[in-house]
Design a protein around this ligand. Sequence first.
Ligand SMILES: NC(=O)c1ccc[n+]([C@@H]2O[C@H](COP(=O)([O-])OP(=O)(O)OC[C@H]3O[C@@H](n4cnc5c(N)ncnc54)[C@H](OP(=O)(O)O)[C@@H]3O)[C@@H](O)[C@H]2O)c1
Length: 292
Amino acid sequence: MQQTAVVTAGTAGIGFETALGLAEAGLEVVVIGRDPERGARAVERINSTGPLHSARFLAADLSSLDAVRDLAGRILATGPLTVLVNNVGAMFPARQDTVDGIEATFAVNHLSPYLLTELLLPALRVGAPSRIVNVTSGAVGVAKRVFDAVEPPGGYYGFHWYGRAKLANLAHTLQLADRLDGTGVSVFAADPGGAATGMTDGTLRDPKIVSPGLRLLWPLVRRKFARSTSGPASVAAKSSLFAAIDGSLAGRTGVVIGPGVHPVAPFRAATDPRIAEAVRRLSEQHAPLTAA
Ligand SMILES: NC(=O)c1ccc[n+]([C@@H]2O[C@H](COP(=O)([O-])OP(=O)(O)OC[C@H]3O[C@@H](n4cnc5c(N)ncnc54)[C@H](OP(=O)(O)O)[C@@H]3O)[C@@H](O)[C@H]2O)c1
């Protein structure tokens, strides 16, 4: 039976390498991105490797919740789904709102993949055994663990707000794994470690991205960022690929795949049921399945 995989933010960086790897493994790949030209180029590159099934591109700006709903409708119309890789992620140097008036870091890194996943569950259930892979980050370690509102208290520091949105998504990932246990839909998180991509090149050179405390240590922090994000995206994509298709994970769920491409213990705060519950409430409130 033909197996279909959707990879969000799959036209460049880690997402592109993930899409390429899934196509090489024999899946029909649907690549999502905002820019049709980049999308056409990505699909052309994948299809030039002679995959079993041609890759396709669907355009969607995943910072817009209506665009996520519209994309889900287009994917649902095409049939069952075997793999959903929620790879979209972004870090912003300055605070900004999405078209929905929601702080962009939380919207892109958590609300958007949350909403897309919820809407695609019917296709993933029909496609079972199927897998959801949410791309996480080591930045969860610098997150404020307060989730009574979309935005945490205090000033805007892009790296920390990014880590907090990824923590929300990781807590949601583990909660979703429990919820779907026994349905044949497995849920994993994959930490790519680091890679030189548009995201890391565009943001991690600006000291304003970290809190004033860390800014005092900027030369050290900057070196650590540079070292940890110097590798190729093709290597960083291996954790997502492992989570999406490796046979050793068959029948398992709620597993975090670390940058070393093997299961690791989840970051402790993400297993806290109070955090998961607060994230669930925020997600349902700010990203309803149908538009108001
Ligand atoms: N790079 C790292 O060191 C690192 C470390 C840990 C975790 N991660 C995570 O790994 C994932 C991939 O990161 P990356 O570094 O590969 O990112 P990236 O280079 O910024 O990703 C580029 C891709 O994202 C797409 N994209 C960006 N905004 C989008 C939006 N609003 N809607 C749809 N597509 C969008 C771009 O397509 P268009 O421009 O065509 O829209 C392109 O396909 C993210 O979840 C990130 O948080 C990365």
